[in-house]
Design a binder for this molecule. Structure first.
Ligand SMILES: [Fe+2]
Length: 399
């Protein structure tokens, strides 16, 4: 994140001797992007983070494409996902390209106490559909609640603890590039501008550090690089960081803190952009009054994103332009074919109460390279979706 944060104990200068109570030194780890030129944080460990005593194979998270005979729109109803299992091992990937993978998880198990995960080649964004808990990280804890985006940048070691009754449901993005606020929301120093739909106060990094210094045992960090998972084993607890500072850290952002914009006439999706990454944009559609101009049509117009694929995930509220879509649904509208609201809704929308507005919440990911569905996506697919517009159009024209 482009702002500075610090937690715990730090020496007055970087790269100077910083003594532990026993006279040995705390160990520095600089965690930074783009060589030494990008966002970075400097961490002070009690133990050497290089000192693993065993390396074990832990399998692969390889994605298999679902090969279809036709190119079409999709509606995936993931309400059918059976709850169960582990947040990482049992997550289900639905679609992917060279830049992103998008999936869901409905875990019922927390991580084991001595088990951790680190994505060594991608950022991860976990959108919390339901359930509460804590993502414990090497840089401090992130409590989470429904509506949170949990942003865990590449290389940060973490584990998830589920709390409360559940069900715990997540929509997950794995991003090969860095997840950041769009450049147009920031000034030359990185500070968020007044016109941005949020401010630094809406980003919630860890607020305290409780390093585990007396943990002696066997701790496994599963590191994912590409599809490969490798276990790195340590005799000390990996959360041994006594202090850190910098611009590189995990955080949460609740979607209800995103400030939506409305115009007299319909505003396009980039108005709702939340994050940017390599090869995609990430938007948050949030409750807002309807467009209020004379004869304004508040529902979206048909559109053909000629060189991008559009993924919408439906969290909460009524989705005005697609009455058959429910929460837990994904729609995938790829390039090559136009899409839009169901025929007939534009006419109906003229009598919507503009002040009441829409109560929808829907994260959206538009990718610039084509997405492939996985074989796991097939179980959630509604094959009638590609032709559902036709029935509404017949009705609109008198049957
Ligand atoms: Fe669209």
């Amino acid at each position: 994140m482009p702002f500075y944060w610090r937690l715990g104990k730090l020496p007055p200068k970087r790269h100077m001797a910083f003594e532990r109570p026993d006279g040995n030194l705390y160990i520095e780890q600089l965690m930074g992007r783009e060589g030494f030129s990008g966002l970075a944080s400097l961490l002070y460990h009690y133990h050497n983070p290089t000192a693993s005593f065993k390396v074990t194979p832990e399998g692969e998270e390889r994605l298999e494409p679902w090969i279809e005979e036709v190119h079409r729109h999709h509606h995936l109803d993931t309400s059918k996902l059976e709850p169960g299992g582990h947040p990482i091992r049992d997550r289900v990937w639905l679609m992917f390209n060279e830049d992103v993978a998008i999936g869901v998880a409905a875990p019922t198990e927390s991580f084991a106490e001595n088990e951790f995960y680190r994505n060594g080649s991608a950022d991860e964004v976990w959108f919390v559909h339901s359930g509460e808990g804590v993502v414990k990280t090497i840089m401090g804890d992130l409590p989470f609640r429904p509506g949170d985006y949990i942003i865990i940048p590449q290389h940060i070691t973490w584990q998830m603890v589920l709390e409360g009754e559940g069900p715990h449901r997540f929509m997950i993005l794995e991003s090969q590039g860095q997840v950041l606020p769009p450049k147009r929301y920031r000034n030359q120093f990185g500070q968020l501008l007044e016109h941005a739909p949020y401010s630094e106060r809406d980003f919630h990094p860890p607020t305290e550090l409780n390093p585990v210094l007396d943990g002696k045992g066997e701790y496994k960090v599963v590191v994912k690089v590409g599809p490969k998972l490798t276990g790195y084993w340590f005799e000390f607890h990996p959360f041994d960081v006594v202090g850190w500072d910098g611009y590189y850290f995990p955080y949460t952002f609740n979607i209800t803190d995103f400030e939506p914009r409305v115009g007299r006439y319909h505003m396009p999706p980039p108005t709702h952009q939340h994050f940017e990454g390599r090869g995609y944009v990430y938007c948050s559609f949030c409750p807002r009054p309807w467009d209020f101009g004379e004869k304004a049509v508040p529902v979206p117009y048909n559109h053909a994103n000629v060189d991008s694929d559009e993924v919408l995930y439906y969290w909460k509220g009524s989705f005005m332009s697609r009455p058959h879509i429910r929460e837990f649904s994904f729609t995938l509208h790829p390039r090559g074919i136009p899409h839009g609201p169901v025929p007939g809704i534009a006419e109906k929308s003229l009598s919507f109460d503009w002040a009441k507005g829409t109560d929808e919440y829907a994260p959206m990911i538009d990718t610039f390279r084509p997405l492939k569905l996985t074989v796991q996506a097939k179980q959630f697919d509604n094959p009638d979706y590609a032709t559902h517009w036709a029935g509404y159009e017949r009705e609109r024209n008198g049957g």
